[in-house]
Design a protein around this ligand. Structure first.
Ligand SMILES: C[S@@+](CC[C@H](N)C(=O)[O-])C[C@H]1O[C@@H](n2cnc3c(N)ncnc32)[C@H](O)[C@@H]1O
Length: 351
């Protein structure tokens, strides 16, 4: 694998089974002021992997660059998002082909949480409801506060962003939930929790940021209590056909552009998540493509960004947020071309 000090290298966890070619994100400087160049040079992504390498972690220094980028991205953009969209930083779940007004989006985001819980078979039965929950990649804690209120569960959220952790704790306090929902800065790949602590392990749209999917899934399984449930809702790329060894060049190119804007490492497929869960002997593994249920989301986000409030908030926020906003049409393109999949994957840890 070739890396340089200005190159961000990591392992592609998705495209089994043969050697990956080196890949470099080359399109990212187009809109950048010159002052951004050093930062973006650091974030250049190179993918090189073999099947044997797919679970190998990134080098510590490279991992650090990604984590710093993610933390800064969310430090910078979370306030803008909250102003416009509220406290859930995830897709809404909509009836297919529905049109929704602005007020419908918050309901759709809450529905996403409920649908994910339902899919995983989480019951409201008082004897079965979750009591101890970890929210891995918690944003500003919207899922945790909702789950804490719904089930009376104790939720602990982790995020890389100090701004998010602070805001999540402030919102919990304001809603009288401090005893039920707490948040800290911590890495999902090295969680500050003992083995088997949580009966519900919740990862809502954070898996796409994880540079080492095997380690990520391993940590989720480690902190799950025997009999507990893991729910991963995440962006994936399409599953490869049996005859394919990798995505098409245009597909890789599109994903690379999105990676750069949203501080993502390489994507993987739903099938690969399932394989990773199987390799840990987790049970009742279920996966579903929910892309059709999230279709109205990105067009709505773009519409909201183009309002006066959206534009002024964006301009005040900073370059990382603006860069993320510019990438939104790429997400729509990826979904429309069946390259991007919005996946839910759930399983149980054996008793
Ligand atoms: C799109 S936001 C989702 C937030 C939240 N789950 C929600 O639904 O509102 C992604 C979150 O993943 C977090 N994240 C990304 N990589 C992480 C890591 N290695 N460890 C902990 N959190 C991480 C980010 O800090 C951010 O809070």
């Amino acid at each position: 694998m070739t890396t340089t000090t200005t190159t961000y290298s990591y392992l592609h966890t998705c495209q089994f089974p043969t050697i990956q070619r080196l890949r470099t994100c080359q399109t990212r400087h187009r809109f950048l002021p010159s002052t951004c160049a050093p930062v973006t040079r650091k974030l250049k992504l190179v993918v090189a992997a073999t099947a044997a390498e797919t679970t190998r972690p990134m080098k510590a220094a490279e991992d650090g660059v990604l984590k710093k980028g993610i933390a800064e991205f969310y430090d910078e953009s979370s306030g803008v998002w909250e102003d416009i969209w509220g406290d859930h930083m995830h897709h809404g779940f909509y009836d297919p082909d529905s049109t929704v007004d602005v007020s419908g989006h918050l309901a759709a985001q809450i529905r996403m949480i409920d649908e994910a819980l339902r899919f995983a078979g989480i019951s409201e039965d008082p004897t079965k409801r979750p009591k101890s929950v970890v929210d891995v990649g918690c944003g500003i804690g919207g899922s945790s506060r909702y789950i804490a209120s719904k089930f009376g569960a104790k939720c602990q959220g982790i995020t890389l962003s100090p701004v998010q952790a602070q805001r999540a704790n402030a919102l919990a306090a304001a809603q009288g939930l401090s005893d039920k929902a707490s948040f800290q800065v911590a890495d999902a790949l090295e969680q500050p929790f003992p083995d088997g602590q949580f009966d519900l392990v919740w990862s809502m749209e954070s898996g796409e940021h994880m540079p080492d999917k095997a380690k990520f899934v391993n940590e989720l399984a480690r902190v799950t209590a025997p009999g507990g449930t893991i729910i991963i809702v995440t962006w994936c790329h399409r599953d490869l056909a049996p005859t394919e060894e990798s995505l098409q060049p245009w597909e890789k190119e599109l994903l690379n552009k999105i990676c750069d804007s949203f501080y993502l490492p390489a994507w993987c497929s739903t099938a690969e998540y399932v394989k990773l869960l199987q390799s840990l002997s987790l049970q009742d593994i279920k996966a579903e493509d929910w892309s059709q249920y999230v279709a109205p989301f990105w067009p709505a986000v773009i519409r909201s960004a183009l309002t006066w409030k959206g534009l002024t908030s964006l301009l005040r926020s900073g370059w990382k947020t603006i860069k993320g906003a510019l990438a939104m049409p790429l997400m729509i393109e990826g979904f429309k071309k069946d390259l991007i999949k919005f996946a839910i994957i759930t399983c149980q840890k054996p008793e």
